[in-house]
Each structure stands twice: as C-alpha cells, then as structure tokens.
Design a protein around this ligand. Structure first.
Ligand code: FE
Length: 181
C-alpha cells in the first residue's frame, strides 16, 4: 500500500466510530455531572462527621480506591492518618495543610500524598468551607500520635455510608451503584 492510499484512507475514515465490539468484561465508563457546582444537589453529600461530608464520584471496588469530594465546614483538626496507598488531591475551595509538612493545599493546587505518609489534617481559622477532590487508593488508617491504628476507612466504608445516606434522603440505597466500578 502506497503512502498516498494510506493517507486518503485515514482521511476518509477519520470520523468513523470504532465499529467493533468492546472487550468482553470491560467496565462501564462513568460521567458525574456538576462536580464544580458545590450547590448541585445537597442530597449527594454524605455526612461523615459534624460539619464534614463527602460526595462520591467513583467507588472502585475492583481496584480498591475511591474518588470523592470532601467538604469541611469547620476549622481545626480533621484527622491524623496514615495512607496505605497514594493520594491525589485537587483543592477546589479554601485551604488546608498537614501539621507534619511545610506545604499548604490552596484553592487550585494539586497535591500528592505518598503511600505510608502519616499526617494530621488541619483547616485553618478563617476558612468557612474547604472542598477538595481526593483520589484515594487503599485506606486511611487513623492513628494516635504514636502511629498506633485506631480506625480505618476505605472504598467499602465509603460505599456503605453512601448507601445508608442515599436511602435515608429518599434517593434509594441503590443510587450509589452508579458510582461503583
Ligand atoms: Fe492524607
């Protein structure tokens, strides 16, 4: 095949959708609307503590991670924890930091928390609302100041909390299934 024929073929088929079958066993893709609109639908926010809630975006039970928005409407210490896997964070509103580190997560910043990092999250005075998109692989292991485990949270605890909440607010327990992959 000459290069001219290749060029004309690729041009005429450029806008043709893939016409084969998707690989057997492939998971469904997922789109969640309105994630930058923090007033999108209050029912989607799952309470996890007083003035703290999360909105699930993806609950990956197949790979053991979750993507969610965390919303905090109080200042002070949120938790001390160790990460069993990597964490990626995009701060959408407000600012926060870890007592153990120099850096601050500011609105519009991206931060990476390496597996094994142990740190204590604080929202400073003056921040009325903090919202951050967290991609969390593995688990939060909540620890005391010596690093002893006192609690754990992972995709399955998030899933269970969301199921209960969506049932309680009338969306139905199965509403959460759209986020599961
Ligand atoms: Fe963390």
């Amino acid at each position: 095949m000459s290069s001219n024929v290749e060029a004309s073929q690729s041009q005429s088929e450029e806008a043709v959708p893939y016409r084969g079958e998707q690989p057997y066993g492939k998971l469904e893709d997922l789109v969640v609307p309105g994630i930058l609109n923090l007033d999108y639908d209050e029912r989607l926010w799952v309470p996890q503590a007083k003035d703290v809630s999360f909105r699930p975006l993806l609950l990956s039970v197949s790979q053991g991670y979750f993507v969610n928005l965390l919303r905090v409407r109080k200042t002070g210490i949120l938790s001390r924890h160790r990460h069993a896997g990597p964490v990626h964070a995009v701060t959408l509103k407000g600012r926060w930091h870890y007592l153990e580190h120099e850096w601050w997560a500011e609105q519009g910043s991206y931060s990476f928390e390496p597996p094994g990092d142990i740190h204590t999250l604080e929202v400073p005075d003056g921040v009325e609302e903090m919202v951050t998109l967290f991609h969390v692989t593995g688990a939060y292991i909540y620890v005391n100041p010596d690093g002893d485990a006192v609690g754990v949270e992972d995709v399955f605890t998030k899933l269970e909390a969301a199921r209960k909440h969506y049932e309680a607010v009338g969306l139905g327990a199965d509403y959460v299934e759209r986020f599961i992959r």
